[in-house]
Design a protein. Structure first.
Length: 494
């Protein structure tokens, strides 16, 4: 049997039944990586010797009668997580030799759950792109078409999962960095509620690993099935033991419903600021039809939906204020001069991103106050609905584009070009208010590329979109491995 494409749940059952050992699973995963990753370039920092040792330890633990959630299961970790003794560069050439001394809290939780870490997966420089390439490790290719990106910034993890390199991975998300790679590679991912999973140790090189989560940013699970997302989220969720964890225990509420027919769902496929490509629209409609066929109550419009234009503006401002706060003083002053020259009538997202880069604390406070009004609006909406279905980006995976100026890049939507960064607006629907969102496969484009959609749920009710994802997987199918030979088109050297 080829164990490499099995789910973590299936592997755990086989390990418990004695059908396979962790050492065997790990050797098979390593063999597959060594055979196939030259073309994909997903695993940028392999750790095979320690993985084999961890697998032997897992088998010994099982022989002693131990059983942990991920005991003996091969996994990968996004390069941006600190792992003791492994390079953590964030794709920055100046830090190519940096080796942290301690594991990130989520890596510690993986290991405590018994997982076997095969290695680290590739990222863009500073995690600041919708693609995954850098000068140190090169370009990660989409397993479905090597001429296209697997997404970013957790693109290496998504490509690894689609290729059978480990059963699970952990990533992070501030601009769709879990959901977009899942959408582009045909896998599952979950962006947890803001603050649900501790992120300490998921920090740039040389930055102290402190329990101070970045606004908007989350860490979360990636997998080849919806049930595996829940399995891994249960390992990851919980406050940092250095802060809230001193006094708080996590108890996630159960999913609102167990049957598809009991769900009330709002389906969106139009955004006021960017069109939805035909392939993605078809994926949204596929899910909507499955919901209707399953007896769910489906609506296409609601006056309760917070204004998507204002939401996108707030998201861009808050997102880019994170970056601006860390700029060198001289660069910041230059951008302030540039922003001051903007016309008050310029409400383009490019202009809002520039304004966000130079936010004062007063500006941020005002934007945050408006965010709280949006959160209240979402609470009112989720009194009438259980989940919202919408796109993740307007298109499937796009061709590699390494223009160093992101503002000059364009995204092609059904033959018309739009500013590259405008495609982030759909990611921001959930990210700006901090809501949980589950990325699920939803068919293929006419070119055969994966298409995904996101299921947005109520704050801290992560189990609701995760359960809906499970029910949809049963009805429309889930992950499918890239067909042999599909991924060779447009191959790009790394």
């Amino acid at each position: 049997m080829d164990w490499n494409m099995q789910t973590a749940e299936e592997l755990a059952a086989a390990l418990r039944a004695g059908e396979v050992t962790s050492a065997e699973l790990t050797d098979e995963a390593i063999a597959r990586i060594e055979r196939d990753d030259k073309a994909i370039n997903a695993i940028c920092v392999p750790d095979f010797d320690r993985a084999r040792a961890a697998a032997r330890g897992a088998d010994q633990a099982r022989a002693r009668g131990e059983d942990r959630p991920l005991l003996g299961i091969p996994v990968t970790v996004k390069e941006s997580y600190n792992v003791a003794g492994m390079a953590t560069t964030w794709g920055m050439p100046e830090h190519r030799d940096y080796l942290p001394a301690e594991d990130a809290v989520q890596v510690s939780r993986l290991k405590a759950a018994g997982a076997v870490v095969l290695g680290k997966t590739n990222v863009p420089v500073g995690l600041q792109d919708i693609q995954s390439f850098n000068e140190i490790y090169g370009t990660t290719n989409n397993p479905w078409d090597h001429g296209r990106t697997p997404g970013g910034s957790s693109g290496g993890s998504a490509a690894a999962l689609a290729s059978g390199f480990g059963a699970l991975s952990i990533g992070s998300d501030i601009g769709g960095s879990l959901r977009t790679p899942a959408h582009f590679c045909g896998i599952y991912a979950h962006k947890p509620t803001l603050g649900l999973a501790a992120s300490r140790g998921m920090v740039p090189p040389l930055v102290p690993a402190l329990p101070d989560g970045l606004d908007l940013a989350v860490v979360g699970p990636m997998a080849r099935s919806a049930r595996d997302l829940t399995l891994l989220l249960d390992v990851m969720a919980g406050p940092d033991p250095l802060t809230l964890g001193v006094a708080h225990d996590l108890t996630l509420p159960p999913a609102r419903h167990e049957r598809l027919g009991d769900f009330r769902v709002l389906v969106l496929d139009d955004h006021p600021l960017i069109p939805t490509g035909s392939a993605v629209r078809a994926g949204v409609n596929l899910v909507a039809d499955a919901l209707v066929d399953g007896g769910a109550r489906v609506e296409r419009h609601s006056p309760l939906l917070p204004d998507l234009t204002e939401a996108a503006v707030l998201y861009m401002q808050l997102l880019f204020s994170n970056s601006g706060a860390r700029l060198p003083a001289d660069v910041y002053e230059q951008l302030r001069t540039h922003a001051a020259g903007l016309s008050a009538d310029d409400r383009s997202l490019d202009a809002e991103r520039l304004r966000g880069l130079v936010f004062s604390h007063r500006d941020w406070f005002e934007a945050n106050s408006r965010r709280e009004l949006h959160r209240q609006g979402w609470r009112q909406l989720f009194a009438e609905f259980d989940a919202v279905v919408c796109p993740i980006t307007p298109t499937p995976a796009f061709p590699h584009d390494h223009d160093p100026d992101l503002m000059e890049r364009r995204i092609d939507i059904d033959g018309v070009e739009y500013p590259y960064l405008d495609q982030l607006v759909w990611a921001g629907v959930a990210t700006m208010p901090g809501l949980p969102a589950t990325a699920v496969p939803a068919g293929r484009s006419p070119e055969g590329l994966p298409v995904g959609v996101q299921l947005i749920g109520p704050m801290f009710e992560d189990r609701t979109p995760l359960r809906l994802a499970e029910l949809l997987e049963q009805r429309i199918g889930g992950f499918q491995a890239p067909k042999q030979g599909v991924g060779v088109r447009g191959s790009q050297a790394v």
